[in-house]
Unconditional design. Structure first.
Length: 72
């Protein structure tokens, strides 16, 4: 779940704009922008959680180690 950082940051910024800022900018509500960012962040996080296990499969191949013997 290494790719969960950006959606969490986006969600946090959206929550701050939605709940803590009371301002309008040229007729655009900052709270509405915050809600949109929260929805996008949560959707992004859910997509990451669903896709992540499929993408993170690793294949391990065991190969014998050939070592030369040192003569003293």
């Amino acid at each position: 779940m290494a790719d969960a950082g950006p959606p969490l940051v986006l969600t946090a910024i959206g929550l701050i704009l939605w709940l803590a800022v009371d301002a309008t900018l040229a007729g655009i509500s900052i709270q509405t922008i915050g809600v949109i960012l929260v929805v996008i962040g949560v959707a992004w996080l859910l997509i990451e959680l669903v896709i992540s296990p499929r993408r993170r499969t690793t294949a391990v191949r065991e190969q014998p180690v050939a070592r030369e013997r040192e003569i003293y």
